[in-house]
Design a protein around this ligand. Structure first.
Ligand code: TMP
Length: 212
């Protein structure tokens, strides 16, 4: 009775805003859902998040970064995601393993297979049932976030446009590799429309799993 759904996309793709609308709708319909995020979601994982995203940590090595994300992910699974799935909840996680594959594996150049391997160890092969990829030209995404004064700016936000373009390319490769799991959503559409498409994909998955 449980489903593990992850949200992915480059910076400013609007995934969090679209999902806020969808969560409200699902809660109104009576679904029991848990929303969480990575890196973070539990006190230990949030501490790891602070180390990873600290703007002062300019000397952080790429593999260190990948291992910290994987460590944070593991702790989050153990403390929050696995127990919630056991209770039969719909678990929504803002970013998960595909972020590591796109950012560290592809954009940082560590290798998708290498980063996948450490993540298979960290997650004991736990893949999401469904991944929603909010697809947007990173240039537009970065322009969007530069206008949002309330948003926290982290170490990865400070990377150049070319890095974010590589992340985007990495995500599209992953969508080709896992077409059954990763559904690509056109995030350049107006927010209400993006939310509606997202909602329909999720409802379809819920139906397929016999949860209605
Ligand atoms: P966010 O919470 O604002 O999305 O910030 C998290 C940042 O960390 C974002 O730039 C994406 C990046 N990230 C990775 O590079 N690898 C990962 O595995 C995850 C989960 C996030």
């Amino acid at each position: 009775m449980s489903l593990f759904i992850t949200l992915e996309g480059t910076e400013g793709s609007g995934k969090s805003s679209a999902m806020e609308i969808v969560y409200k709708r699902l809660i109104d319909e009576g679904y029991s859902l848990v929303k969480t995020r990575e890196p973070g979601g539990t006190p230990i994982s949030e501490q790891i998040r602070n180390v990873i995203l600290d703007k002062g940590n300019t000397a952080m090595d790429g593999r260190t970064e990948a291992l910290l994300y994987a460590a944070s992910r593991r702790q989050h699974l153990v403390e929050k995601i696995w127990p919630s799935l056991k209770e039969g909840k719909l678990v929504f996680c803002d970013r998960y393993l595909d972020s590591s594959l796109a950012y560290q594996g592809f954009a940082r150049g560590l290798g998708i297979e290498e980063v996948l391997n450490i993540n298979l160890f960290a997650t004991e092969n736990t893949f999401p049932d469904l991944t929603l990829l909010f697809n947007l030209d990173p240039k537009i995404g970065l322009e969007r976030i530069s206008k949002d004064n309330g948003r926290e700016v982290n170490r990865l936000d400070l990377e150049k446009l070319s890095f974010h373009q590589k992340v985007h390319q990495g995500y599209l490769l992953l969508a080709k590799r896992y077409p059954e799991r990763i559904k690509v959503i056109d995030a350049s559409l107006p927010l209400e429309q993006v939310a509606e498409i997202t909602y329909q994909i999720i409802k379809e998955k819920i139906k397929q799993n016999g949860h209605e």
